[in-house]
Structures are given as C-alpha cells and as structure tokens.
Design a protein around this ligand. Structure first.
Ligand code: ADP
Ligand code: MG
Length: 386
C-alpha cells in the first residue's frame, strides 16, 4: 500500500483512523463517499466506526501488533479522539503519513502545553496557574478564585473538572483529583461560547467554517447554532484568524477546532482546542456544502481544500442517552417519527449498543431558510424529544 498515493481514491486506497467513536464513524462515512476503503483501530469490538468500516483492528491503541496491522492495511492515517496516545501516532508515522501529527496532538492533550501554545500564537486565554506540587498549590494567586480546577490531561465533557470557590475548596478538589497535574483557571463570566473549525493542508492552505455558537449543559455540549447568534463580523474574523494562527504555528495538517469564550466586553479568550473534527461541527454534514469530515479526508489525503459554504442556517441538538429514559428512569424510545415529521430535520444516530445518561448517542440538525425558522423548529424538536 505504501507505493500508492492516497490522492487517488479510485484505486482501492485505504484510509485509517485511530479510534472508533462517533467521530470516526462520520469520518468513515465521508471517506467511503469519496471512494476510499477504511480501517479503524479501536479496542471495542462494537465501536460505532468499526461497525461501518471495511476493516477493524481491535487492540489497545499502543499495542505493537495492532499498530503494525493498521499500518499494513492503510495508505494514510488520522485520529478521531483526543486521548489516542500521541506516541501511537508517532509510531505509525514511521510507516505511513499521519495527520494530524503526534507532536501537534500532544500539545492539544495537555492543558498546560495548550495554553502555552495559545499564548505563543498571540491568542489570549483565561488567567491560570499550573498545579503540580504542594508549593504551586500554596502559591496560587487569590485573583484566580473562584476558579475551575481541571486535570491537565484526559478531561472531556466536563469530566476531570471541579469548580472551586476558595483555597480550602481548591486543596480539597486537588486531593479529590488525585493530585495529578492540573491547571486552575479563573472562572470567567461568559457572555457566549463559540468555536471555530479550520482545516489545514500539508501545503499550508487553511479553510474554515463560520464560527458556531455553543450552549453547554453540565459541561457537555447541548446545542450548536450557526450562524452564531450575537457574534459580530469583527469577532468572527478575529476568532477565525486566531484559529488559523494556532494551526499554522503547530504545523498542523487536518481539521482543528478551537473553542472560545466571549466575555461581557466582547473580548475573545481561547478555552481549548481539539485536534480532530468536533461535536460543534456536526451540523456541517447537513448545512454546508462540505462537511468537517470530508475536509479531514481531503487534508489527510492531500486533496484540494475548498472553503466550505454554509447553505442553510441551522441548529444542532446533541442527543444524549438521558433521552432513552423517562422521568422515573424506565427505558423508552424517543419519538423519532415525531421528530422526522418536522421540516429540515436530519437525524444521526451513532449505533451505540447501550444508552447511558450523558453518553452521546446521536445528534439532530435542523436546517431552514432562516435562523428564526431553524430555531423555532429546533424548539419543537426539543419539546417532542422531551
Ligand atoms: P471539556 O474538555 O470538558 O470540554 P472545557 O475546558 O471546555 O472542558 O470546559 C467545559 C465547559 O465548562 C466550557 O465549555 C464552559 O462552559 C465551562 N468553563 C470551562 N472553563 C471555564 C472558565 N474558566 N470560566 C467559565 N466557564 C468555564
Ligand atoms: Mg470543551
């Protein structure tokens, strides 16, 4: 396979992805639409992406035999989930082109390295302190409280975070998190949250989606609205330029999402970034003329990157496992027929075997001719889903 070029999908070229979650599944769908074969490495035999891929290697991410089998099977490799070890990507890169690269992914996997990279790229982030030792804990400036203590590594969907009001709560929270390396961030008053997705090619071409407006519940993304409400053209341009600079200074290849906080005075502050397609970009499948997953395929395969165009205002609702339970905790089936009877409803279910509270089971994108109409229909859908 190494002799073939990934730019010719008509010749049974295979693209590989590390991780088999819903992002991998939507990547696989986009790759297959362009004529590629796909291979997924994921330890779970029933992973959402593994179920729809041509090949599925079920081993741990660092398993030497699994990595060798994936490399043998594919022409280029990407990753779909933040916590695939950067080391696995570095090892794969000895055999095949890997995008994004292990070094860029490693920066995104460590909140301290990530914030240092934002600062080095001239992008502001929330005031913070690194806490790795008792001495650093004691030296935290008062100005960072009340704050949010976050583990430097392995957090997602609000996990690995504790809100702390004062020093006593901070010390208790650090103990609760096992005294692993953490960052303490000042808790900011957020006027809004937006994210920007860029795709960067190996030749340095950068294209972007319009900023998305995001609403989180309990630390988990709940609703994405595009165009982002209450974001001025100047703010949109600034967020996009920041994301482009962050990608360029990482030498990044592939799709990258940067999350921003919008403060009361309109200032933008970078929160975190994800080295992959992002939940807040799922709407692009139905509301744009190229999805974030197609751009990931194009970037990793060296195909042209063309600026995607939003053709319909939209609202995306995340479908969490909670919807599969009624008020007294009995299992139920959400009213799909009711939702699909709504105009512009695009339902995506990830094929996960078991619904659990807080687990991302699918998403619903409502497209419409106007932002108002999309919002009105999304409200109806939310009411129908209960
Ligand atoms: P995760 O990796 O779980 O997405 P984030 O750092 O993005 O973690 O935090 C999840 C959510 O918590 C954010 O989207 C935001 O709503 C809230 N949050 C995080 N950090 C801060 C902060 N410094 N000030 C105010 N709210 C915050
Ligand atoms: Mg986040």
């Amino acid at each position: 396979p190494g002799e073939r070029s990934a730019t010719d999908p008509s010749r049974a070229v295979t693209l590989g992805v590390m991780g088999g979650g819903q992002l991998g599944r939507m990547f696989v769908h986009a790759a297959q639409a362009l004529g590629y074969r796909t291979a997924v490495l994921d330890p779970d035999a029933t992973s959402p992406a593994g179920l729809v891929s041509h090949a599925h290697v079920h081993t741990a991410y660092l398993d030497a035999d699994g990595l060798a089998r994936l490399a043998d099977a594919v022409d280029a490799i990407t990753t779909e989930f933040e916590n695939v070890p950067a080391e696995a990507l570095r090892r794969l890169a000895e055999r095949r082109p890997v995008a994004p690269g292990g070094d860029a992914v490693a920066v995104c996997q460590d909140r301290a390295a990530e914030k240092a990279h934002f600062t080095a790229s001239g992008v502001p982030c929330a005031p913070y302190a690194l806490i790795e030792t008792e001495a650093q804990l004691a030296a935290v400036p008062d100005a960072l409280l009340p704050g949010i203590l976050k583990t430097a590594r392995l957090g997602y969907d609000g996990k690995g975070q504790v809100r702390v009001a004062d020093r006593a709560a901070l010390a208790a929270a650090w103990a609760e998190l096992g005294r692993v390396p953490c960052v303490l961030e000042q808790r900011l008053a957020l006027a809004a949250e937006v994210s920007v997705i860029v795709a960067r090619g190996a030749d340095g071409t950068v294209v972007h989606f319009p900023p998305q407006g995001n609403l989180h519940r309990d630390g988990i993304l709940a609703v994405t609205t595009v165009p982002a409400p209450d974001v001025s053209p100047a703010q949109a341009a600034e967020a996009t330029a920041c994301a482009g600079r962050i990608a360029a200074s990482l030498g990044y290849v592939g799709v990258l999402c940067v999350e921003f906080f919008v403060l009361a005075d309109g200032a933008l502050v970078a929160n975190e970034m994800a080295p992959r397609p992002h939940n807040s970009g799922h709407y692009s499948i139905d509301a744009c003329d190229a999805s974030q997953f197609e751009l990931q395929v194009r970037a990793m395969a060296g195909l042209p990157l063309v600026a995607p165009r939003l053709h319909s205002p939209c609202v995306m609702l995340n479908l969490l496992g909670d919807l599969w339970f009624d008020a007294v905790g009995r299992e139920r089936t959400p009213d799909w027929a009711g939702v699909l009877a709504l105009p512009g409803a695009h339902l995506h279910l990830y094929g996960k075997a078991e619904a659990r509270r807080g687990r991302k089971m699918g998403h619903l994108t409502i497209t419409a001719a106007s932002a108002e109409a999309a919002r009105a229909t999304a409200l109806q859908a939310a009411a129908q889903l209960g």
